[in-house]
Design a protein around this ligand. Structure first.
Ligand code: C5J
Length: 220
């Protein structure tokens, strides 16, 4: 067992039963011409999370931990994309439309890929999810149960959408979740801040909040 310094209190974890989950660090959210930018967001706000994610990823690999990557996206025929999701908002390009990195948020397109800096290593599971939460309509829970995982270290984008949704889903399924604050980011800095505060408030209502430095120190 090791202890990760966290809020609202330090958490003791068994690294053999802990997975690093990196949420949606995809070109469509972080690079020009992707889904994030078509919605009018300033994508440069997500860049800060890349280097801390790289550092935690390297430490988790060195510690032999399970590393799981997720990607949000849909089948090319959009049969798994709810109409309400596709039609929502006023993006310059809707989900499925042709953009500079291929069709927006469609599996197999360049924009759907994980950014080069965080490319999954061979053997690391990649969960393709149609929703915001990584448990919805995926085999993530089965994978975690089969490996005896009880704790998730969670990184990725965006803090208040897919990171928060995944942590809430995981919490309800009995997993202990630690969001690594500097490894998460949002197009709205205030939502990032509040997204983290919601997790750790009320004695840790959904989980814990820590940082890349604290997690790496515990893995060393
Ligand atoms: C969003 C995500 N924000 N990965 N997706 O639509 O947070």
């Amino acid at each position: 067992m090791v202890t990760i310094d966290a809020e609202p209190q330090p958490i003791a974890v068994d690294l053999g039963r802990t997975a690093l989950v990196i949420i949606d660090m995809q070109r469509d959210f972080l690079e020009p011409g992707g889904f994030g930018e078509t919605l009018g967001n300033d994508i440069s706000l997500l860049e800060a999370a890349i280097a801390p994610c790289q550092a935690v990823l390297a430490a988790a690999r060195a510690a032999g931990m399970l590393v799981i990557h997720t990607r949000e996206g849909h089948r090319p025929d959009l049969s798994d994309a709810p109409k309400a999701k596709v039609e929502r908002g006023e993006p310059s390009l809707r989900i499925g439309a042709q953009g500079p990195m291929g069709r927006i948020l469609i599996r197999g397109e360049a924009g759907h890929d994980i950014i080069a800096a965080l490319r999954p290593a061979p053997g690391e599971p990649v969960i393709d999810k149609p929703g915001k939460g990584a448990f919805y309509q995926t085999d993530l829970e089965l994978m975690l149960r089969n490996r005896g995982v009880d704790t998730l270290l969670v990184c990725g984008v965006t803090t208040e959408v897919c990171v928060n949704t995944t942590i809430r889903e995981a919490n309800d399924r009995g997993y202990r979740c630690v969001a690594l604050s500097d490894c998460c980011a949002s197009y709205f800095p205030e939502f990032h801040e509040m997204g983290l505060r919601m997790i750790k408030a009320q004695g840790g209502i959904f989980g814990w909040v820590s940082s890349s430095g604290a997690a790496i120190a515990a893995m060393a």
